[in-house]
Design a protein. Structure first.
Lengths: 190, 190
DNA sequence: TGACATGACTAACGAGATTAGTTACAATAA
DNA sequence: TTATTGTAACTAATCTCGTTAGTCATGTCA
């Protein structure tokens, strides 16, 4: 007993992410993750602050990953295509990592967890920059950013939770929704 | 013992909704609802099929309520204002009944629960009619309906889960998002 | 070499969901 | 009126999880 197995926080979050992406966030319980790592449930407390702590680490990891995904998408395209590239990357991330994606909600209240708050703000800032490069007026920026975020999040959330019943091509629906939102933004701001 | 208290399914769902709207869907556990009704947890099984059954009844109730809210909103305005009225009513419902609203997700897979499926389709149909009255082409109807649903759902979900950090007027953001989506729809379809 | 921090462990408890079996009451049929 | 039956409450017991407390082996470092 007491054998050190050499488990790192990365291992813990990785195992949790794997379970969550396969079976849903709820399935990534302390006991399931411990099982996956080959340790007993109470030993999880040597790595994370209980279930809430595990969820927090998953959210942090998800935010960092999403930031990188956004960053790659934004820089791999001409500025006028950045928003669309980010939108596609967002949806791809959510579909490939549904468990991690759902770990991003709810967001911490301001002042509750600054590190996580910053990490979750990062991808939003990248999207904001991409919008700015399209010529969105600074005055309207926050409103339009919110609208676009709502459309992106709402779409992938409905999609992964079975909200779209009709067997009509969903890729097309997404592309159209992003087009409507982006072109709508521009026509409003001139 | 064995006293009949005269609890109806309506009572059960009502008590669950009250708890869920106040403390979140998770808080509406079988034991918490039983407590609220003054009965023991196992007696809940005389009214609903376990926790999953309770959630299902809550979703059904929420869908019926939302349908009525949509119906009222759609008929209390000229056709060209119906979509906006529905959008506002949608957000109001989600903010007044956050627990019930979150009970609407996930949706049942087709064939899994026809009654619930139909009930949840009803408000979507009302929104579809309102869109049709704006002159959206039938060909595009499904894509555009999905886009609008995504924006509405994403907005209220982000709002209630603390996703909007900035202290900038959220009513305005919502109104702008709906405007963008609706006018975008129209310009795309000609 | 010995003290200490780390990270595993066992034991124990509480909350919640669930199942099985029991019982009181009300309505209805003989 | 009385016997029967269904409803809806109950207790008892079990399982899974999360959590805390306390223990112990191992590697590091003075």
């Amino acid at each position: 007993m007491g054998r050190k197995v050499g488990i790192t926080l990365k291992d813990v979050v990785g195992a949790a992410a794997t379970i969550a992406d396969r079976d849903g966030l709820e399935a990534a319980s302390l006991s399931a993750v411990a099982d996956g790592l080959g340790i007993k449930t109470p030993s999880m407390y040597n790595h994370v602050a209980g279930l809430a702590g595990l969820r927090r680490e998953m959210a942090l990891y998800a935010a960092v990953e999403l930031t990188e995904v956004f960053s790659t998408a934004a820089s791999s395209a001409p500025p006028d295509q950045a928003v669309r590239q980010i939108a596609d990357a967002y949806r791809r991330f959510a579909k490939e990592h549904p468990g991690l994606y759902s770990a991003l909600s709810p967001a911490p209240r301001p002042g509750e967890d600054d590190e996580l708050y910053e990490a979750m703000a990062a991808p939003v800032l990248i999207l904001a920059e991409a919008l700015a490069s399209l010529g969105v007026a600074a005055d309207d920026a926050i409103h339009l950013l919110r609208g676009l975020r709502a459309t992106l999040h709402g779409f992938v959330d409905l999609e992964t939770n079975g909200g779209f019943g009709m067997p009509v091509d969903i890729d097309t629906s997404f592309s159209r929704a992003v087009d409507v939102m982006v072109s709508g933004l521009l026509s409003q701001t001139g």
